[in-house]
Design a protein around this ligand. Sequence first.
Ligand SMILES: *[C@@H]1O[C@H](CO)[C@@H](O)[C@H](O)[C@H]1NC(C)=O
Ligand SMILES: *[C@@H]1O[C@H](CO)[C@@H](O)[C@H](O)[C@H]1NC(C)=O
Length: 203
Amino acid sequence: MARTLTILTSTIFMFFIFSTLAAAKSARFSRSLSPTSIGLKKEKLSHLRFYFHDIVSGQNPTAIKVAEAETTKNSSTLFGATVMIDDPLTVGPKITSKLIGRAQGIYASASQTDTGLLMVMNFAFLEGKHNGSTLSVLGRNKVFSTVRELPIVGGSGVFRFARGYAQARTHWFDLKTGDAIVEYNVDVRPFALSREEALTKWN
Ligand SMILES: *[C@@H]1O[C@H](CO)[C@@H](O)[C@H](O)[C@H]1NC(C)=O
Ligand SMILES: *[C@@H]1O[C@H](CO)[C@@H](O)[C@H](O)[C@H]1NC(C)=O
């Protein structure tokens, strides 16, 4: 009798353990998917190179200071200065070369000890298959370093799911006016999936 009870108890116990495990499994709210199972093509690496024109002087500046702190002017790094930009992006270093997009966003002096900018901006592309697509940048830019690396944190359009990094190199800088031309080399891994493909797969 006691033996039967023990067997019964352990059977119930085992059942309880297994059902708990099963419940835990079905309660998981995330799982990994193979990209191809939802129609995404194999990931490709894209490389983009363009020139960024930061024009602060003259009649038609593309970078405008919108805010600063009371102490900004006393700071050797202009700590707190905040600039809104709508900078042209061109194929070559000359402003007259083909326009391929615009860098729209904000940079601000975020360091009290060296020239380190916080950059929050979107590269909005205007050309060819990239037209209408964007890449989002969020990073630190030590503008006096030869090469600065900024993370690409996302994208839209052909750059959906994008992640990667941009390397910025000053191509030309005018100490008097503050105008600058910066070469950007961007490596991103997007999923190559058109809107039409996405709609047919998911609707
Ligand atoms: C900035 O520096 C000037 C000259 O040293 C001083 O008179 C002024 O109070 C300072 N301003 C602030 C906001 O610290
Ligand atoms: C980019 O797309 C816009 C809106 O669809 C269109 O008006 C423009 O002509 C396109 N530009 C190029 C270079 O294809």
